[in-house]
Structure formats: C-alpha cells, structure tokens
Design a protein around this ligand. Structure first.
Ligand code: RTP
Length: 155
C-alpha cells in the first residue's frame, strides 16, 4: 500500500550550535535517514536572539530562558523538516530525553551529549508545535515535496 507524501506527518528538527560546531551533522542526519524518514527541507542559519526567543516562547518564564536563547543564537543551526509515519514521536525517541544524563545510550543525546544546556538537537514535541515551528523556520516554498523510490520499500 502506497503512502502519499501530502498526507505524511512532518516534524521540525534542528541541530543546535554545539552539534554543528562538534561536526555531528552527518551523524545525526544519518540516523534519521537510515530509520526511513525523508528530508523535505534543510538550511544552515544563525538565528537572531529575537528569533530564538520566538522559537522558545513557551519557556520564557523559565530561569534558563535567556541563556538558552543566547546559546541558540550563538552560531549556525541546521534547521530541517523530516517526514514520515510517526516522525514527531519517533523523532523524539531517536533524540532521547532532554537531559543527556538521563537519555538512553543509543539515542542521539545519550550517545553524544553530556549536559542539558548543550544537548545538541531540538525536535518538535507534538503535532501543533511541529506545525508552528515549521512555519516559523521555513517558508512554504522551502518545503520540497517529492516521491522517493526508497519509500516503497519503507512502507
Ligand atoms: P527541545 O525543545 O530543545 O527539543 O528540548 P526538550 O523539548 O527536550 O526540552 P524543553 O523542556 O522544551 O527545553 C528546551 C531546551 O532548554 C534547555 N534546557 N535547559 N538548564 C536547564 O535546566 C535546562 N532545561 C532545559 C535544553 O537545551 C532543552 O533542550
């Protein structure tokens, strides 16, 4: 049975400045690709502090908010949209728990991170945030719809 791209779930994934500086882009992209998810948008950008504040608006009452926004805007971020069945929830599973001290080995944060303030990657935590974050980081024309031949072997 064929899965149709137009109906497929999408999530926003970003490699934070620590992940980019540490040379972890290919390692992380590799994990999403191998799983069977499809990359539909990607760009490297340095977000402004104001943009980082928009991205993390839900956390503005938290004590670490300012430091977090300084950090996110401190260098290049690799912003991506990944597509596929269950990608929002399973993407979070690939990423692992927020605090790398608590994330399981085998997850991105578990394998590659040590402290919560430098946890390498962000992934949308639900359908609503995925929609909002994709709209914040990307223009509609930057999202590429295509049929991948590999997909018929994934689904
Ligand atoms: P993210 O949004 O980045 O995917 O992370 P998350 O959902 O797993 O965690 P969330 O609670 O939304 O926190 C967002 C980011 O804030 C930083 N943080 N620092 N210093 C601290 O105690 C602390 N707690 C959270 C982390 O970078 C976390 O990813």
């Amino acid at each position: 049975q064929e899965a149709h791209a137009a109906e497929m779930e999408r999530t926003f994934i970003a490699i934070k400045p620590d992940g980019v500086q540490r040379g972890l882009i290919s390692e992380i992209v590799n994990r999403f690709e191998r799983k069977g998810y499809k990359l539909v948008a990607i760009k490297l950008i340095v977000p402004s502090k104001g943009f980082a504040e928009k991205h993390y608006h839900d956390l503005k009452e938290r004590p670490f908010f300012n430091g977090l926004c300084d950090f996110l805007s401190s260098g290049p971020v690799l912003a991506m949209v990944w597509e596929g069945e269950g990608v929002i929830k399973y993407g979070r599973k690939l990423i692992g728990a927020t605090d790398p001290q608590k994330s399981e080995p085998g997850t991105i944060r578990g394998d590659l991170g040590v402290v919560v303030g430098r946890n390498i990657i962000h992934g949308s935590d639900g359908p609503e945030t995925a929609k909002d974050e994709i709209a914040l980081w990307f223009e509609p024309k930057e999202l590429v719809s295509y049929t991948s031949n590999a997909e018929k072997w994934v689904y």
